[in-house]
Design a protein. Structure first.
Length: 298
């Protein structure tokens, strides 16, 4: 497995990766990053001795802009290539207007510099997966695993000794950092995430590949850390909400919790982590989850 391509998102190394799988039917990319980092993707492929035109398959873990934003643009340049996506993400990929409109509400003027364009993916260039099936790319077998929790349409991909975990495997920016959950709106689902972790723990792979960021050994400690941090993060937000804090106050509480936890594992981690998933966004996702849970309880 070649090393991940560092897309140097916002000029910062080690935030968003694209992973490359060599097959007898061309290259497969696991996640493309956003359109804004396409030059870095192209340069990274060049460093691996490959060209953009060698890419035949685009395996999306999910359709968030930082993972799938460039997919449509790439397809327009690569007439041979196909995109693989979970069924519940497919419609948004074909017609990304709603996705872009909701992102624009969050990012406003920064949309273009952060993400760039998101072009639609034509239906006939798309293989829609449920999760559970095996896809053959040349002589490489790719097993898609339905892994909701971070996003309702999230897939992980198991290829031999390698397991590509997208965002359901957490954000881990250094060997010494425990995996932490990115929890943006709108799909955060804690029980589903726990089920996905249990599934991925049992996958017989040697190496985990994270979009944010890099490759780590498949060890129970990775998943233990993610579970612990998911419980801690969600409790911080739940308690702050229950104590009557408004969203800005919850955000302050959570940001400080996260800063302290990350700084204890590495002084440079809090800043880099915020590029992968800003704390205010994680608060929005968890606040939405708890508010809906309260409604469900009546
Ligand atoms: Zn992400």
């Amino acid at each position: 497995m070649s090393p991940p391509i560092d897309l140097e998102f916002q000029g910062v190394p080690g935030v968003i990766a694209a992973h490359v799988i060599a097959t007898t039917d061309g290259l497969a990319l696991v996640d493309t990053g956003p359109a804004s980092t396409l030059p870095a993707l192209q340069a990274g492929l060049g460093q691996l001795g490959a060209r953009l035109e060698d890419v035949r398959h685009i395996l999306l873990t999910h359709i968030h802009l930082d993972h799938a934003g460039a997919a449509g643009t790439l397809l327009a340049q690569l007439p041979q290539a196909r995109v693989y996506v979970q069924a519940r993400g497919a419609a948004h990929l074909q017609a990304p207007e709603r996705l872009m409109a909701s992102a624009a509400q969050i990012y406003g003027d920064e949309m273009d510099t952060l993400w760039g364009e998101m072009r639609p993916v034509p239906a006939d260039r798309m293989t829609v997966l449920q999760g559970g099936e095996t896809v053959r790319l040349g002589d490489t077998e790719v097993r898609a695993l339905y892994t909701p929790g971070h996003a309702v349409h999230h897939l992980a991909y198991h290829v031999g000794a390698d397991l590509f975990v997208g965002d359901v495997g957490g954000i881990r920016l250094a060997e010494g950092q425990s995996a932490r959950p990115p929890t943006p709106p709108p799909d955060i689902d804690l029980p589903a995430w726990a089920t996905s972790i249990a599934l991925l723990r049992g996958v017989p792979a040697d190496t985990l590949h994270l979009t944010h960021f890099g490759s780590y050994r498949q060890e129970q400690a990775h998943w233990d850390g993610l579970e612990r941090n998911l419980a801690a993060d969600s409790e911080v937000v739940r308690r702050a909400l229950e104590s009557g804090q408004d969203l800005p106050a919850v955000t302050d509480t959570f940001t400080e919790h996260l800063r302290v936890a990350l700084a204890a594992e590495g002084p440079e981690l809090p800043e880099r982590f915020a590029h992968a998933c800003p704390p205010w966004m994680s608060v929005q996702g968890l606040a939405r989850y708890w508010t809906r849970a309260a409604v469900r309880r009546g």
